[in-house]
Design a binder for this molecule. Structure first.
Ligand code: TXA
Ligand code: MG
Length: 353
């Protein structure tokens, strides 16, 4: 029932027609795979929520080709403030991994925005996503193409694993580059606020809008729940590995020592231990039996972001009893987004002094 398509023009034309008819199409973006649906078709949007098992209070991002295409989605009486900020940021960062939350027009169905008066919009920087939007000629609402509570998919195989049979097409564009979802920036009231950190970093945004704030659910204190009012669907826990994940926070050496101790004890008691490990730490595990999945070097956040979700899927597939990981030491740049995702996945955080 689900057909995997290549990225030829003919395939994209079929996928675009399917979207116009109310179908569900997974496609690659520069961040993760999205599951697309016609954003103006409320019935199709409802089907999408059902297929993903997504709670209806979690609003979707609407994908567009350019800032010009956003106009029909926004409130007619949009204040000059949010509008000029949105235009400035779109000029600087679109197409790209930046989602802007703005007051919506009545054309956007309540199903898309979970009943909120705002809509999230972004223009993806991936040739396949852009070609699909161009061919479809409609705004496309697209959450990440995973089952609810699974890691976002960074390869077509991940989408197939979660949604085979439930959706019409998957366009296989290979691995996505960035690996973590877009930055979500709320422009609706007060100072612009980062609701979810991503590859367009807080530092990059502040070069253009120095007053940008970071929402508490967005990374200043990752794992807390306080951004909830502003973004009702932004659950603290958005991916829960099958096995509980324990995150070790603190000075790198001390955190690693504590993690290795826990791994040794757990392995000795017969548990299957999985470790999300950075290259520098691999040797610390000697020869006791743990399942190591390497995610790159601590100096290279781009490679960690690119591999993080695939690594979590690998550990789930290995049916480990517990997953251990060391937190990054820094919120700088992409580090903030990676830490945010690690904290959302963790069920226990161990603070090491
Ligand atoms: O990179 C991405 O953003 C990917 C690709 C496919 O574009 N999409 C993605 O969608 O990550 P999803 O549905 O997994 O995450 C959407 C996020 C949620 O955290 C949601 O709460 C927030 O955007 N969001 C959507 N509409 C919102 C709104 N009106 N107000 C506040 N937050 C909103
Ligand atoms: Mg998601």
């Amino acid at each position: 029932m689900t057909e995997v398509l290549d990225t030829s023009a003919a395939s994209i034309a079929r996928a675009a027609e399917c979207l116009r008819q109310g179908g569900l199409v997974a496609f690659p973006t520069e961040t993760v795979y999205g599951l697309g649906v016609n954003a103006l078709d409320a019935a199709a949007v409802k089907r999408l929520f059902a297929v993903k098992g997504r709670p209806p209070n979690d609003p979707l991002i609407v994908h567009v080709l350019s800032f010009e295409a956003v106009a029909e989605l926004l409130a007619e009486d949009l204040d000059a403030g949010p509008h000029s900020r949105a235009r400035l940021l779109a000029q600087r960062f679109w197409p790209g991994p930046l989602t802007l939350v703005l007051p919506k027009s009545s054309r956007v169905p309540a199903e898309v925005t979970a009943g909120l008066a705002t809509v999230a919009v972004r223009s993806p920087a991936h040739p396949v996503a852009a070609a699909l939007l161009e061919a479809a000629g409609i705004p496309v609402a697209a959450p990440s193409a995973n089952l609810f509570s699974r890691p976002s998919p960074t390869r077509a195989e991940h989408v197939l694993h979660d949604l085979d049979g439930g959706i019409d097409f998957i366009i296989d564009g290979g691995g996505t580059g960035l690996g973590v979802e877009s930055t979500v920036l709320d422009l609706t009231e007060g100072d612009p606020t980062v609701l979810r950190p991503g590859a367009v970093t807080v530092e990059m945004l502040r070069e253009w809008l120095p007053m940008v704030r970071v929402g508490t659910a967005g990374g200043d204190r990752p794992g807390t729940d306080e951004g909830a009012q502003r973004s009702p669907g932004m659950l603290t826990k958005h991916y829960a590995p099958r096995a509980p994940m324990v995150l070790f926070e603190g000075p790198p050496e001390a955190a690693l020592d504590a993690l290795v101790d826990r791994a040794r004890t757990a392995a000795a008691s017969g548990a299957r231990v999985g470790v999300l490990v950075v290259r520098e730490d691999v040797n610390a595990f000697g020869d006791f039996g743990v399942h190591l999945v390497e995610i790159g070097s601590t100096g290279d956040y781009a490679s960690i972001a690119g591999r993080l979700y695939a690594a979590l899927r690998q550990l789930d597939a290995a049916a480990v009893d517990v997953i251990l990981a060391r937190d990054l030491a820094s919120d700088e740049g992409l580090g903030r987004a990676i830490r945010d995702r690690l904290h959302r996945a963790a069920s226990e955080v161990v603070e090491v002094k």
